[in-house]
Design a protein. Structure first.
Ligand code: NAG
Ligand code: NAG
Length: 377
C-alpha cells in the first residue's frame, strides 16, 4: 500500500504543476508593481546615455554586455546593472530605456537618465570628457514630464508620476573622479572629508527636493558603495596591507551617514512622500555567496586602469567574480544587491523600507496640485 501511495503521488501532483505553469504564463502579461520607474545616477546605472558623448567613460564595445541579450549597450558590466534587476523584480517586461534613445509612449513607463562619470557636482568626472551631471539629468527629467503632460493631460500625468519609483544612486564620482583626484580638483584642499560630505549632501538635498517638486513621491536613494575596495582603488592608492583603501571607504561612510539623516529629514518634512535609503553593499560575505575572486576584475583591463580592453577575452566563470572590470561589479554581484534592495527586511539594508514595500505603498492621489508648479510645461 505504501508503495502504491507513493506511486500515485506524482500523478496527483501533475495537474497541480500544470496549473502552476499556466499561471506563470498568465503572469507574463501582468502589470508591474508600479506603473513607472525613473533612474538617475552614474555608470552603475547607465544603460547607454554616454554612447554618443565625447568621453572615455563609455563602454559600447565588447566584451561589455557579453551576458546581455543585446550585447554591448553601454552598460558598464557583463550583463545587467543592479537597476535592471530591480526593474525585473518589480515585474516590468522590458528594461527602462536610456534617455538618449527613449521615444514615444515608452517614457510613460520611465526613463533612465544615468550617465557614466557623472556626479552630484557639475564638474565631477570632467577630466574624462562629456557626461550628464545630476543637475542636467534633472532638467532632462523636466522635459520628459512636460512631454508626459502633453500625452496624458496635466491631471493624469501628475497622478501617474506620483505612483512611480524614482531610483537615485550618485556620489561615487564626486569622490573617485573629484575629491580623490587632487591633481585635477581642488576639493580635497578646500574641504575636510566631513565638510565635503556635508557640502555634497546639501547639493543632493536640493536635487531630491527638485524631484519631489516635479511630482515624485516614492524615492529610493542608494548610498555610495565601498569605493576603496575596487581593484582600481587598490592599485592606485595601495592598501597598507589591509584589503581595501580605508580613506576612500571612510569618506563614503561619512557621506552615507549624512544621506541616512537626510532621508529621515525628508520623510519628516515632506509627509506626502516616502524616501528610503538602500545600502549598496551586501549584508552577506562574498565568500559565503560563492564569490571566489574579489580583488580583480573578470576582464583584461586597458591602459586607463579601469575599463576592459576592447575586444579582449574575459574570464570564463563570471559568476565567481564580484568585479567585472576594475571599477564595476558583475551581473552576478548586481543580482545579490538588487535582491537585497528589493526584499531585505533589515534596516541596515533598507531604511526605513525596501523597494517591494515602497512599491505597495499607497500614496495619496487625491491631491489636485499641479506637478509642474516649478517647471515649464
Ligand atoms: C550646474 O549645471 C546646471 C545645469 O546643468 C546649471 O544650471 C548650473 O548653473 C550649474 N551650476 C554651477 C555651479 O555651475
Ligand atoms: C584651484 O585653486 C587655485 C588656487 O586657489 C585656483 O587658481 C584654480 O583655478 C583652482 N582650480 C580649479 C580647477 O578649481
Amino acid at each position: 500500500m505504501a508503495n502504491l501511495a507513493s506511486n500515485l503521488h506524482p500523478w496527483w501532483l501533475l495537474p497541480v504543476s500544470f496549473l502552476l505553469v499556466s499561471n506563470i504564463h498568465h503572469c507574463v502579461n501582468a502589470e508591474p508593481q508600479v506603473p513607472c520607474y525613473f533612474i538617475f545616477g552614474d555608470s552603475l546605472s547607465d544603460s547607454g546615455n554616454n554612447n554618443n558623448l565625447a568621453t572615455t567613460a563609455k563602454v559600447n564595445y565588447s566584451p561589455y554586455g557579453i551576458d546581455f541579450p543585446k550585447g554591448p549597450t553601454g552598460r558598464f558590466t557583463n550583463g545587467r546593472t543592479m537597476q535592471d534587476i530591480i526593474v525585473q523584480l518589480l515585474g516590468f517586461q522590458e528594461f527602462i530605456p536610456p534617455f538618449a534613445t527613449s521615444k514615444g509612449r515608452q517614457i510613460l513607463k520611465g526613463v533612465n537618465y544615468a550617465s557614466g562619470s557623472s556626479g552630484i557636482l557639475n564638474e565631477s568626472g570632467q577630466q574624462l570628457g562629456d557626461r550628464v551631471c545630476m543637475n542636467k539629468q534633472l532638467s532632462n527629467h523636466q522635459s520628459v514630464i512636460s512631454t508626459i503632460a502633453k500625452l496624458l493631460g496635466k491631471r493624469s500625468a501628475s497622478k501617474l508620476l506620483r505612483k512611480c519609483i524614482y531610483a537615485v544612486q550618485i556620489g561615487s564620482n564626486d569622490y573617485i573622479n573629484n575629491y580623490f583626484k587632487p591633481e585635477v580638483y581642488n576639493t580635497s584642499r578646500l574641504f575636510s572629508p566631513e565638510q565635503y560630505a556635508a557640502y555634497l549632501i546639501e547639493q543632493y538635498s536640493r536635487q531630491l527636493k527638485t524631484l519631489y517638486n516635479n511630482g515624485a513621491r516614492k524615492l529610493a536613494v542608494f548610498g555610495v558603495g565601498s569605493i576603496g575596495c575596487t581593484p582600481n582603488a587598490m592599485v592606485i592608492h595601495g592598501t597598507d596591507s589591509s584589503t581595501c583603501v580605508e580613506k576612500l571607504n571612510n569618506a563614503a561612510q561619512l557621506f552615507n551617514e549624512r544621506l541616512i539623516s537626510l532621508v529621515d529629514e525628508l520623510n519628516t518634512n515632506l509627509r506626502d512622500a516616502k524616501f528610503t535609503y538602500l545600502n549598496p553593499t551586501g549584508a552577506t560575505s562574498t565568500k559565503a555567496l560563492g564569490f571566489t575572486v574579489i580583488n580583480a576584475g573578470c576582464c583584461r583591463i586597458g591602459s586607463d586602469g579601469e575599463l576592459c580592453l576592447p575586444g579582449s577575452e574575459p574570464c570564463g566563470d563570471r559568476s565567481k567574480y564580484v568585479f567585472w572590470d576594475a571599477v564595476h561589479t558583475s551581473d552576478a554581484w548586481n543580482e545579490i544587491i538588487a535582491e537585497e534592495a528589493y526584499g531585505a527586511e533589515s534596516s541596515g539594508q533598507a531604511y526605513p523600507l525596501n523597494i517591494n514595500k515602497m512599491a505597495q505603498l499607497h500614496i495619496n492621489n487625491d491631491a489636485d496640485e499641479d506637478i509642474c508648479g516649478h517647471c515649464v510645461i
